[in-house]
Design a protein around this ligand. Sequence first.
Ligand code: 6LJ
Length: 158
Amino acid sequence: MAEPVTKSVLFVCLGNICRSPIAEAVFRKLVSDQKISENWVIDSGAVSDWNVGRSPDPRAVCSLRNHGIHTAHKERRITKEDFATFDYILCMDESNLRDLNRKRNQVKTCKAKIELLGSYDPQKQFIIEDPYYGNDSDFEAVYQQCVRCCRAFLDKAH
Ligand code: 6LJ
């Protein structure tokens, strides 16, 4: 069978204002730099409903801006449909993974492969920790992990 024309990936974390919007923006930039934007549907979402409609955390926006990347994302909670429509749902830590697997058990159709984004890290740092109670250097660490993992994912998805 021929390769499908587009692939889709949804980046997920607890609140969709720190880690997953960084991952989404980093992946969007990689794909755009390689001029393959039309091959990808890219989004991010939350497992919680704590921040509905909010812009990313200013520290996340700043960490991206420091690397010349812009984001216009607004928080959204993941839906049942996401499990049926996305090829990949990539999350940040084991708590996200538990929440996603619990939700998956409540949906009729799941096409998505649910994985840790960190499982793609060439440096084998499997967990991308929640930087919410951290500082700027924690946000920079999240950014660097996202760059490594998104490059590897784009290169070769599991
Ligand atoms: C329900 C009770 C919790 C966090 C975050 C943490 C805490 C966040 C946050 C990530 C994104 C009503 C909402 C926890 C946005 C907000 C404070 C609590 C929010 C937690 C534990 C360890 C590390 C980080 N909880 N907001 N309220 N992450």
